[in-house]
Design a protein around this ligand. Sequence first.
Ligand SMILES: Cc1cc2nc3c(=O)[nH]c(=O)nc-3n(C[C@H](O)[C@H](O)[C@H](O)COP(=O)(O)OP(=O)(O)OC[C@H]3O[C@@H](n4cnc5c(N)ncnc54)[C@H](O)[C@@H]3O)c2cc1C
Length: 242
Amino acid sequence: MDNITRIRTKTPAPYKLVAIEPDTHDTKMFRFELPVAATLDMLPGDFLYLHAAINGKQIKRPYTPSSLVGTTGFFDLTVKRYEAGSVSKHLHDQRIGETVLMSGPNNGGHWVDGMAKRVGFVAGGTGITPMISIIRWILINKIDAELFLIFANKTESDIIFRQEWERNLRDYSNFHCHHVLEQPPLGWSGDTGRVTSEILRQHLPAPAPDTCLFLCGPPPMVDALESTLKELGYSEQAIILP
Ligand SMILES: Cc1cc2nc3c(=O)[nH]c(=O)nc-3n(C[C@H](O)[C@H](O)[C@H](O)COP(=O)(O)OP(=O)(O)OC[C@H]3O[C@@H](n4cnc5c(N)ncnc54)[C@H](O)[C@@H]3O)c2cc1C
């Protein structure tokens, strides 16, 4: 038995914002304080609800902690600011020292150790956040699994956790990453346009009993690619959504 407290609340609880770090032009990492010997009670891929009173209305949105599961003393959310968004803008407007209300963690499409030996990830934009949690967990804990990431974005400057992908490619032979940009810069070596059936076929592990795929992104992308993955032979159980 360890002496670590595992936190999970049904009702919104206040968490103090202790650090903010930019990641891309519109995405920041927000670090929230936990007691020194406490961690969130979650599996990689699970999410919290962030609650806010906006224009007199209580609203909530799900966010997947991006920090390594099991970290004590703090947890991180990596959140993109939408100009027309309610909760993402509210969070981006917070200052260090202020508190934010959150409930959970809640079960998302999460990773359970041993569930697969080959793991594909297809992410669009902030759809990467549940995946960073899973990828960090598998790589840092040296879990026996081969990882294949396809990450789709509009432009190169939208690629969240960019340095980490490059570091992972250098440091872990079981990590593979393929970028797809709608608007690529000159000399871009990845794919361009949308994620196609051909890109999925080339860069994901083939359907097999020991293979699973995580898929997360804007709803139209997820709907389209879920059908494409099924056409490519992946079973419904092999495709994990947030
Ligand atoms: C399980 C789960 C985990 C999530 N984790 C994260 C996370 O870790 N980090 C993160 O940044 N987001 C995450 N999201 C998305 C997040 O919950 C919100 O949907 C997002 O922050 C927008 O909320 P909002 O209140 O600011 O915008 P809203 O007020 O809900 O929307 C306003 C406008 O913003 C635009 N918009 C909103 N969401 C999207 C989108 N996903 N793609 C494109 N345009 C959009 C639309 O134009 C929309 O009309 C997650 C979603 C799910 C389902």
